[in-house]
Design a binder for this molecule. Sequence first.
Ligand code: PLP
Length: 397
Amino acid sequence: MFADLKAVATDPILGLMAAYKEDPNPNKVDLGVGVYKDEQGHTAVLNCVKQAEALRLKQEDSKTYIGMAGDINFNLHMEKLAFGSSHKALLADRLTTAHTPGGTGALRVAAEFIKRANPDATVWVTTPTWANHISLFQAAGLKVKEYAYYDYETRGLNEEAMFADLAKIPAGDVVLVHACCHNPSGMDLTFAQWQRFTELAQERGFTPLVDMAYQGFGAGLDEDAAGLRHLADAVSELILCSSCSKNFGLYRDRIGAVTIMSQNSAQAQNVKTNLLSVVRSIYSMPPAHGAIVVSHILDSTELTALWYQELAEMRNRINSYRQLIIDKLAAQGVEQDFSFITRQHGMFSFLGLTKAQIAQLKTDYSVYMVDSSRVSIAGLNHSNIDYFAAAVASVLK
Ligand code: PLP
């Protein structure tokens, strides 16, 4: 039965990670994988997480099943973080949340939920988008199409083409929009563009699916959710997929949430039965650890304050490197305009290098980035930034 299986190409990022690991060059630089690293190049466990884990060990008295929606307390915290604690949809019982295995789990549950609500729905994603979006929705049997988003020429948002595409999307389809820190381009919608997006969602009747994998990594927790909140004020239904992988540094613990905003509380009850039955048929119940850790943090004023501080440190470190990259490239005599790097947000920057330049960076300098020239900025630190800038300057010559 397995003999006819054809091998499937692995995700290029995994190949890149393996090549980096095997590279003996002591100066090698990994800018591939989207994981935060500190000045020492280490992905440390946050102190607030360590303390919450200690609390968990002390307080946990059972490992009985947790239920299909997961940790209810965590779910409420996630709704408040995303929508704000007094959002009208929250107060009117219009939100249904299930805690999921990571943001990816949230997206997959959302995909299966969409398939139930409208099996003919097309999911529209940005050009470009996180590659897993496409395979994930297709794997659930949904059609996936792209709408214009990033302009490789101007290195900014392809605004008019984007709104022209959105204006053609029919009711019943789903439009995936990145809440903040767009992966891979780092180009986010301005508030005015969120307003225009919202007007179109209302006019056309498509359902927005907001993917929020980086809340707090752009400008701040509330700032990064401003577009989502504006949208949620105006439309009657939407889907939100969030992740605690980056902002709580809980990558391997697999913790995220899917929230469905319904028109009214009666419909939310109906939605809940469907959402939970989707969960039941995939993994029955989510793993509890990450949700309990996040709950302990957000239940405690002290741990929440510590989390804000640690999140701000990560955000500020990444943001400070945006200008530093520009300055260091200029110091190496690079004349091209890289000012667009400071207009991008979050973990990534699109440098706009050619495939040949990217290959040369890897073979000649052991500087690793994905083929689109998306770099994970947290891979840079004071020990490697000069080496990186010199390498980029030499391939640009
Ligand atoms: N959505 C986007 C845009 C992402 O970049 C990621 C992770 O890189 C995810 C969702 C899923 O995150 P995770 O499943 O690790 O929580």
